[in-house]
Design a protein around this ligand. Sequence first.
Ligand code: ADP
Ligand code: MG
Length: 374
Amino acid sequence: MPDRFGIPQLEDLGDVDGKRVLVRCDFNVPLQDGEITDDLRIRSAIPTLRWLQEHGARVVACSHLGRPKGEPDPAYAMDPVRARLDELLPGVELLENVRFDPGETKNDPAFVQRLTEGVDAFVLDAFGAAHRSHASVVGPAPHLPSAGGRLLAREVEVLLGVRTDPKRPFVAILGGAKVSDKLGVIEALLGIVDTLLIGGGMCFTFLKALGHGVGGSLLEEDQVETARRLLDQHGDVIHLPSDIVAERDGEVRNVGRAVPEGWRGLDIGPGTAAEFGDVVLAAGTVLWNGPMGLFEDPRFAAGTEAVARAMAETKAFTVIGGGDSAAAVAQFGLADEMDHVSTGGGASLELIEQGDLPGLAALRSAPNATGEQT
Ligand code: ADP
Ligand code: MG
């Protein structure tokens, strides 16, 4: 039975014994000098690959890695991934980087044809790439019995679940560098959440809209008007920092809510961290995307760490929306304390914003899908 969002599951493939099953994974791991520095994405794909193997399928996996320019590039060859995958789960065939072919990002039907030659069924488990209309993501499902893998199914269940029927109060925490990147998500969330806490570099565009000085902090001048409108319409839902930790010429201090000329706001202050923490502790659901400050510098990590600790402590259902927030939570050793840490940064935000992704829509159009969301 397809899940409640209409996405066929592995069981909906029918008998896969002896069948050749193509699995689109997200093996886009970070590499340094040809070595994998974090294999989370490979480990996350194992449950799906193992299930298929245990049910007798001949498993062929494929993925992109980095951003090669539509032609073979040894720097992005899949060899390190193949070696690690072979240690974790022997017996899986892994195709070469799909982005070595210019047809991948163009969603070229001829490339889809080549990818699926001799293939009996398709599984999409690359949640981190499911927002891309690329050949290996959206191409096979309309032509083959298809399913979402276990990783993708869990991501969709959690992220669409909190979007559809969150346990309340539903609190979202947004931070990170740019407002414009996340404006769509902010607007979508404002229709759903009970409280939206804004920190990180993006808070200064909102503080400016309230008339506060922001000094040399990150500011998107052309978004101030939009921020003002959002504050007018949803002022009771949006909470902004009441104090800011700023820096000037190596000097660091709490400057209150207004950042003086010559100073750069780089973290939320301790008062704000405590207030945000209290909101998190009283929540039913918390969704967090974007660090509260320049957490890569220990002088400006306290706000992000305080929010992470409150999320670890709260009884609320806690979701981290991928990207740098996931890196921050991992850096504090708190990833295991969260209910869900998304493997997809851009994909998780787009799913929250749109309520759907191209890769999911393709799965719903597969011949074995019912095509309906229940
Ligand atoms: P995510 O990947 O979680 O969506 P973003 O990519 O939007 O987050 O932003 C993460 C970056 O924002 C981090 O590198 C962090 O250092 C930076 N950042 C957060 N707050 C500030 C700030 N006040 N000033 C400058 N950079 C900031
Ligand atoms: Mg990021």
